[in-house]
Design a protein around this ligand. Sequence first.
Ligand SMILES: NC(=O)c1ccc[n+]([C@@H]2O[C@H](COP(=O)([O-])OP(=O)(O)OC[C@H]3O[C@@H](n4cnc5c(N)ncnc54)[C@H](O)[C@@H]3O)[C@@H](O)[C@H]2O)c1
Length: 338
Amino acid sequence: MDRVNKPAPEQGIKKKILVTGGAGYIGSHVVKALGERGHDVLVFDNLSTGRRDLVLHGTLVVGDLQDLELLDNTLKKFRPDAVMHFAASISVFESVQDPMKYYRNNTVNTINLIDIVVQNGVQNLVFSSTAAVYGVPAQNRPVDERATLLPINPYGWTKLMAERVLQDLSDASRAFHYVSLRYFNVAGADSGGRIGQRYPVSTHIITRCLKAAKGELAVLPIYGTDYPTSDGTCIRDYIHVDDLADAHIAALDHLLGGGTSEVFNCGYGHGTSVRDVVKAAKKVTGVDFRVTEEGRRPGDPPFLVADPSKLIRALSWKPRYDDLRYIVETAWNWEKSL
Ligand SMILES: NC(=O)c1ccc[n+]([C@@H]2O[C@H](COP(=O)([O-])OP(=O)(O)OC[C@H]3O[C@@H](n4cnc5c(N)ncnc54)[C@H](O)[C@@H]3O)[C@@H](O)[C@H]2O)c1
C-alpha cells in the first residue's frame, strides 16, 4: 500500500539511524540532535574531511563508501530504521577542476549506497542536497522547490543526479521513501562550542571572515561589488546549522511516520549581502580585518535565497536561530577554540 502523510512517531521512540558523513560539519550537528532525542546512531565516515572528535554521540565506523562489503556488513549488523546520507565532496571549485572525483563520490557512491540500503530492507533515507541544483535562478526572489533545476557546476549536477535516482527509485518502489533537503548557505556552530566547521580549506564566507579576524588569512576578498543588489555584493540565505539539524529531525520523523517522498528547501527565506556579513564579523570579533574588492567570480548567482514555505508547512519546521549575529557569534566561539 502507498504511504500517506501520517503524524510523526511518538516523541521518545528510539530508532536506529545510520549516518554517512556524520563526522563532518553538518552531519555531526545532526548526530548531536539525534543523540539528544535518544536515537541509537551509527556514523559511517572515512574521515577524509571529518574528524573523530566531532562525533558526540553513538558509534563511529571508519570506512569509505566505496568499500561496499564493509558498508553491507555494517547495515546487516546495525539494521537501521533509516539512513541519513551526508558523505560527499563539497567544494564547487574543486568539482570544476576534478569532476570525476565528484561524480564518483557524490553520484556513484550514492547509487551504490541506495542499492545496499534497499537490499537490506531499509525503507527511509534522508539526503543532503544543495541550492546548487538551481544554478542561477532567473529572478532575484526566493526560489521554491518547483524552480528550474539547472546546475552550473559539476558539484550541483552530481547532487541533482543523485536526487533523480532517488526520485525514480521511490516512484518505482512502494517501499522505499526519501526526503531530499536542499541546503542554502549553512553557517554557525553548536551553542556549547563543542563542534563546528573543520574543513581543510574553507570557502564559506563567514568562516573566511573569522579566519581573517584571527590573522590566518591576510585579507578577505569580496568577489563582485557591481551586482544588481542593494549594495552591489551577492545576497545569500545563511541558515544556522542547528536549525538545519532540526529540519533533518523533522524529515526523519516524517519518513518514520510513513510520510511520502519529498524535496524541501532549507533556508530562512531572506538574504544577507556579503558586505553585511563582513560588517557582522567585524562587530562580533572586534577586529577590523583587511578586505579587498575583486571582480566577479564566474557562476556566482547575484541572489540565492530559499523559499522555505513547504518545509514550514509540511514538516512544521520552526527556525530558532534566524539571527546573523548569533550565527557569527557561535561560529566565532568555535573558531577561537581551534
Ligand atoms: N556546508 C554547506 O554549506 C552545504 C551546502 C549544501 C549542501 N551540503 C551538503 O551537506 C553534506 C555535508 O557537508 P558538510 O558541509 O558537513 O561537509 P564535510 O566535508 O564536513 O562532511 C562530509 C563528511 O563526509 C565524509 N566523507 C566524504 N566522502 C566519504 C566517503 N566516500 N566515504 C565515507 N565518508 C565520506 C567526510 O569525511 C566528512 O566527514 C554534503 O553532502 C554536502 O554536499 C553542504
